[in-house]
Design a protein around this ligand. Sequence first.
Ligand SMILES: Nc1ncnc2c1ncn2[C@@H]1O[C@H](COP(=O)(O)OP(=O)(O)OP(=O)(O)O)[C@@H](O)[C@H]1O
Ligand SMILES: [Mg+2]
Length: 612
Amino acid sequence: MTLPAQKFRTIWGGAFLSYIKTLSKAMPQRVALALTLMILIALTEGIGILLLVPLLHLVGLDVDEGSLGEISGHISSAFAVLGVVPDLPQVLVFYVAVVGIRSLLSRWQTVTSIRIQQIFVADLRHQLYAAIATANWLFLSRCRSSDFVHLLTVEIDRVGMGTYHLLYLAVSLAVTLVYIIFAFQISAVTTALVVLCGAALTLLVRGKMTAARSDGREISSTTSRLYASALQDMDGLKTVKSYGAEERTIELFATRGEGVSQRYIRAISNYADVRSIFEISSVLVLSFILYVSIEYLEISTASLFILLLLFVRIIPRFSSVQQSYLQFVGLLPSFVSLRETLSRLEAAAEVGPDRDEEVHLSDGICLEEVSFSYGEGRPPAVDGLSMKIPAGETVAILGASGAGKSTAADLLMGLIVPDSGRILIDGVLLTPARIRGWRSKIGYVTQETFLFNDTLRANLLWARPTANDLDIQEALKLAAADGFVSDLPSKMETLLGDRGARLSGGERQRIALARALLRRPSLLILDEATSNLDPENERRIQRAVEELHGTLTIVIITHRISAIRGSDRIYVLEKGRLIESGGWDELLAKDGRFTSLVRAQGIVPPSWTPPH
Ligand SMILES: Nc1ncnc2c1ncn2[C@@H]1O[C@H](COP(=O)(O)OP(=O)(O)OP(=O)(O)O)[C@@H](O)[C@H]1O
Ligand SMILES: [Mg+2]
């Protein structure tokens, strides 16, 4: 979709202003300091130029004519007020002092700018990270995580570079303005000519500026795609190798990389074009002005000298103002995409209290007519589900793939919110204010375990940083993981690799279970948590879970019936609806869906009939 030019410009202006507003709101004092320094730098530049007048006078040039004469008069009175005799040594000392001060101010300004840039970047990064971490799960599950990584690294750095260019642009503008004002005092006509030429040049490169903006946008989106594919390829390296698809992925990645390079080259060649246009034009303009001033305007040698000196400085400034502006607008798309993502994330924030409310589970959990759908027009993943999970009991949720079991678990944890119906913990509604307190009481183990690339100890302590060695050993034993951990070369200090890649799938699952148990949860949710285990280890964990029976509330989610024999209650789901519930024997007696599952999985012979 293309925006009408007018609308695009408005949005653009909005982004420009919004950048300045965000920056000055983030650190008003530092920005004020940078601006003050900018003004002081411009002033010292001006004073430096003014000092040329008495210098030229001392050299013997006539500085008493016309406008230069007026300026010369003001300078003499200023010297008189300061009690300084404008002789050569005094003026030179003054000049050295002014240039020295200017250079110190400039250094201070550079350091302040870089500080502003870094603090701004760190602030934004923190804000974005926090917004990602606190957004609701449903929203996050629909986003591309590589986009977040790209924003947190490349894009935020580009936004920071924008600060540098913006401040540089402001300094260049301030100094150019001082030069122009001064040159105007000496010769209005010549200065007007230069300014007009500068304006004409700006118009000439307008097309380049529009190109810079769209280049900036394209760089943002193509690097983002490059990031997405790189992260995805790294995750899937094993699959790529097993399919022998290395060359194909290398080629695809190279093409994407090439796309990014092309856009960078185009952007830089745009900047280079602008610089060349300005350099060539400035020589032309200078020659033209020299010619006009000498041939047609009666300008004294001293005035001409100062004017030339000013123009030699002004004209490249035009170019650097343009350059900084181009660089800045080229980086603005990164700011726009950061701002858009931030506002989408903030709109999707999980609302919660400042302080987590304590949630106790001593009575039980109750789902009342809970329904949830993953989007409009989609069939409900959980449909009018009512179930009771009494505290201390082990409850199983059974059902075929896609029946809505994991969705039910996400609802239990408050990761997603019911479209209708209620979830009560000990008879109290699970409101957003109670969700974080509630989650702190839950241990959750899934089929896809996530382990950090750190030591085994660090991975376990992540769940409860205050746990001691005894707690850890106990959790490992409960999770049937103590045996293989003691066989690891560095035991608890073993590095687990990316996502725990140095462990087998079953070992990872047992560590994940130990981590959940270390937390001493009130509710343990096992979602296909033993799916990667061999029968012997599965039985060990089942025994461990049976031993935990009564000490905490356990929800076992599975489609394998053998795993739920010891459960107090079984809920059978089909297409999001509860179709059967009850104890093992009770359900078998019903001779319904559960019984057919039991038969299908060979737990009882197919010829078995329930006792009446
Ligand atoms: N993040 C999601 N976005 C959209 N639809 C989803 C999402 N997660 C699950 N679904 C859909 O919701 C339905 C229930 O999925 P759910 O993951 O709860 O099933 P499940 O019983 O846990 O299945 P499995 O045994 O395969 O894990 C499925 O039809 C699935 O396609
Ligand atoms: Mg599932």
